[in-house]
Design a protein around this ligand. Structure first.
Ligand code: ATP
Ligand code: MG
Length: 356
């Protein structure tokens, strides 16, 4: 079988490698800052766990390689300005936005989008980093060097934040996972929930993501983050890769997002997975491993073996059961054994489950 090289050595790459093992797929993770000559053969494949990387001799060489899957998509999706322009061209609904080039635009921006806006750097931001909440009396918070390198967005008063994960094969076939409801705190994903229901929104977002993937002739997993509002769906952003909000699929789907990505890029069969619902994913941020998490059989720990520091994603817990009593008991117990800042997210998940 072909060898798969993954650009990036983080947890997403490790989980891709893990998913490849039972299928006998050899996967090597490539350090973005690496300099090693890699003997990539024509038949091998290159994919990525990140959408943005520094422009080095190593990454330049890698990204001009014909084996780099979706190599023409990354420049579009990794730049917020180009991504927004692309979505506008497709006529898809995004959060109202404008490029920001100079301080002379602010009055017009506040008139258009309201007294307080979100400014996001065009490339390289993640987990809410590279974003500023700006109003007329906090203009000094915005670093001048980002004029020309940032976009402004209207602050959306959403009812729900959701993501859709889809996969597209070489024959244009697309499959989707059920809509995932996401809870963020300070720009960081804390909890994802997949409910045991079918919403009318599912079809709508699937059509949007399908048209995006078809237009890009995209292969593999792509994630679309959306805000649900009283007036309809707004796309927040796209990620051309496996996604944190899809980690529940490791225990809540017969084929998880990592395996599905590998199947797509290796042109293997890509049936719609069987889904076990409801499913909950809880991110573990900056805490040490606790064996108390392992006592409950419905709690599945995925630990990344990374150095622990404040708010770093170091693991996640997946909970999957169609028994509401067991699910609630497990969540109640986690409220006690996890630090107190997890309680809000867990309570949010428990409220979501009541919507079923
Ligand atoms: P990640 O890489 O973790 O997906 P990110 O750093 O790329 O995140 P965004 O998804 O743009 O950044 O923003 C992080 C979170 O901030 C969003 O999930 C949402 O909760 C909030 N947010 C972002 N943009 C807006 C907006 N225009 N209005 C309201 N909330 C927003
Ligand atoms: Mg995001």
């Amino acid at each position: 079988m072909k060898i798969v090289y993954v650009l990036g050595t983080g947890q997403l790459g490790c989980m891709l490698r893990q998913a490849g093992e039972p299928l006998g797929i050899t996967i090597y993770l490539l350090d973005i800052d690496g300099k090693i000559e890699i003997p990539i053969e024509k038949k091998d494949l290159i994919t990525s766990e990140v959408e943005y990387w520094p422009n080095t001799e190593f990454t330049r060489k890698l990204t001009v390689n014909d084996s780099f899957i979706n190599r023409d998509t990354f420049p579009i999706v990794s730049d917020r300005l180009m991504q927004k322009q692309f979505l506008d061209r497709l006529g898809l609904p995004t959060v109202p936005w404008a490029p920001i080039f100079s301080s002379s635009q602010w009055n017009q921006i506040f008139a258009l989008f309201g007294a307080s806006v979100i400014v996001k750097q065009r490339t390289g931001g993640y987990n809410g980093k590279g974003q500023w909440n700006i109003s007329s009396n906090s203009l000094s918070l915005f670093p001048k060097k980002f004029y020309g390198n940032a976009i402004v967005e209207q602050k959306i008063n959403f009812t729900d934040e959701v993501s859709l994960i889809g996969s597209r094969g070489y024959d244009g076939k697309v499959i989707f996972y059920p809509l995932t409801y996401n809870f963020h705190q300070d720009g960081i994903l804390r909890v994802s929930v997949v409910l045991d229901n079918e919403t009318s929104i599912q079809r709508e977002v699937e059509c949007m993501l399908a048209s995006i993937m078809h237009m890009l002739d995209y292969i593999g997993i792509m994630t679309m983050e959306c805000f649900l509002t009283q007036k309809g769906i707004l796309i927040n952003e796209l990620a051309p890769r496996v996604h944190n909000s899809g980690h529940w699929t490791q225990d809540g789907a017969s084929i998880n997002q990592f395996e599905m990505h590998l199947r797509a890029i290796l042109n293997l069969p890509m049936p719609a997975p069987i889904i076990y619902k409801p499913a909950i994913m809880l991110n573990l941020l900056g805490i040490n491993m606790n064996t108390a998490w392992l006592y409950d059989p419905i709690i599945r720990l995925h630990w990344y073996n990374k150095e622990v520091y404040s708010f770093r994603k170091v693991g996640h817990l997946n909970l999957v059961t169609d028994n509401p009593i067991k699910m609630n008991m497990a969540l109640d117990r986690l409220k006690i054994i996890l630090p107190s800042d997890y309680v809000t997210g867990i309570s949010w998940a428990q409220n979501q489950l009541k919507r079923v």
